[in-house]
Design a protein around this ligand. Structure first.
Ligand SMILES: Cc1cc2nc3c(=O)[nH]c(=O)nc-3n(C[C@H](O)[C@H](O)[C@H](O)COP(=O)(O)OP(=O)(O)OC[C@H]3O[C@@H](n4cnc5c(N)ncnc54)[C@H](O)[C@@H]3O)c2cc1C
Length: 426
């Protein structure tokens, strides 16, 4: 990868220009480069800023299917060393004794998925792209405009005057996508009155690879198993080195007050929600806040343009599926483009891009709808609803075929899977 951030005029042509070097844009660049396409990746942030410890405090639950896609793109071998397997998932409505238990042994030998820190995913992607043939990074670089030049292809014009030409441009520029807006693609979106408070919790006892989702009246509270901290990263003798990542959805008006609490008061609030099944718990490191909203673009393609990841759809983190959805976009778009190229077609024509759009629409719409419904159903303390949903969880838990179906969904191994998601090469 050549970093052209301050380089000379690049009067360059590529097979694909990707705007956005986030986790989705970076994964797509890796997949396309592995298949022999030349790729330009543009991001307005400098790579060093994106790799800074302060850039993103989140972890991501990476489903089994996404792991296969990242492996097929050549990136997983760098990620495996950081990945903590998820062996079991326990879903409970507050303190209700009726809960849903996903056990990996019901669907195979391997884990249901993995927890990775986003900073590790970003680093692995940049390191991979740095060595990949055929990838050129333009960062920091702001996009001024994208011109669709009909049969001649598209041209991405950067603020500094450089021009990048390709038959197809991909918008991987996140939920506020400029490219989507400039293409006139509208979205359905609404803001939840919830903010995700994200932090790392250290606890006395090991998590043994169990992920917990507790539905609390103000929003879901997820406890995600992280790798134990190494010697240098551990804090406090009494708490040992066992860690979980917390995604605590809270009413937006309360979140700033919670975030501003002194450490002892914050730990008390955290422990109240966490429970004591891992012994004493306390927050370590910074606290982060992410306002939550849902968004779905009315179209995922336009002339010589395809949307991927949060630029196309952003969902509530209740099921830890937003990035997984984006990684499945990557696998589908890469397959469609590579197949078209092998047939000698213009890879930016409408028929090629519409195949991608048709393929991804259903998966995304399903998750947009399901995550929104789940959040509405569970984020309240209305007695009849509580009774009905607890009963629902208990019933599903007693139906092994239904449970297995839901598990396979969460693992990203159902539906019309792209080759990469099936573990096959592109
Ligand atoms: C609290 C929380 C927890 C989550 N947990 C999970 C989870 O466990 N599992 C899961 O699957 N998903 C999870 N998600 C969702 C996941 O984080 C997102 O879906 C994912 O980060 C989207 O990645 P992206 O690359 O599409 O977009 P982004 O990460 O937003 O990247 C967009 C990139 O484009 C660049 N950019 C933007 N505009 C421009 C421009 N005009 N010119 C050039 N570059 C530009 C930005 O600098 C950025 O690098 C969670 C989300 C939240 C909020």
């Amino acid at each position: 990868m050549t970093d052209q951030g301050s380089g000379p005029e690049a009067g360059s042509s590529f097979d694909v220009v990707i705007v956005g070097a986030g986790m989705v844009g970076g994964s797509l660049a890796a997949a396309l480069a592995k298949a022999g396409l030349t790729v330009a990746v543009v991001d307005r942030e400098a790579p060093a800023a994106m790799l800074d410890a302060g850039f993103d405090g989140r972890t991501s639950a990476i489903a089994h299917g996404s792991m296969r896609i990242l492996a097929g793109a050549g990136v997983w071998k760098r990620l495996a060393v950081y990945a903590e397997p998820i062996w079991d998932i326990r879903v409970a409505d507050g303190d209700s004794p009726l809960f849903l238990h996903y056990d990996h042994a019901e669907v195979g030998d391997g884990p249901l998925g993995y927890i990775l820190e986003n900073r590790h995913i970003r680093r692995a992607l940049f390191e991979h792209l740095d060595e990949a043939a055929g990838v050129t990074l333009f960062a920091p670089a702001e996009v001024r405009a994208v011109a669709n030049e009909g049969m001649a292809g598209a041209e991405v014009q950067l603020q500094d005057g450089r021009r990048l030409r390709a038959p197809v441009v991909v918008a991987a520029d996140g939920r506020n996508s400029k490219l989507r807006r400039d293409a006139g693609i509208t979205v359905s979106e609404w803001r939840y009155q919830q903010t995700a408070i994200v932090c790392v919790a250290a606890h006395e006892r090991p998590h043994r690879g169990v992920a917990h989702e507790r539905f609390l009246p103000s929003g879901p509270f997820a406890i995600l198993p992280m790798r134990d901290a190494d010697e240098t990263g551990s804090e406090g003798e009494t708490f040992g080195i066992h860690r979980s990542s917390i995604v605590w959805s809270e009413r937006s008006e309360l979140a700033p007050r919670l975030l501003a609490l002194d450490p002892a008061s914050f730990d008390a609030e955290l422990s109240r929600r966490f429970g004591n099944f891992y012994g004493a718990v306390r927050a370590v490191g910074p606290r982060w806040a992410y306002p939550l909203w849902v968004l779905n673009a009315t179209r995922y393609t336009s002339q010589r343009l395809a949307l991927v990841g949060d630029a196309a759809h952003a969902i509530h983190p209740i099921a830890g599926q937003g990035l997984n959805l984006g990684i499945r976009d990557v696998a589908a778009l890469a397959e469609v483009l590579v197949d078209a190229r092998r047939l000698g077609m213009d890879i930016g024509t409408g028929s090629v891009l519409q195949r991608y759009e048709r393929w991804r629409r259903f998966d995304a719409l399903t998750l947009v709808t399901v995550t929104d419904l789940l959040n509405r159903l569970f984020s309240n303390d209305v007695a009849p609803l509580r009774w009905a949903r607890d009963l629902g969880l208990g019933v599903v838990n007693r139906m092994p075929p239904m449970r297995r179906f839901l598990m396979r969904h969460a693992m990203g191994t159902v539906g019309e899977l792209p080759r990469l998601a099936r573990g096959e090469p592109l």
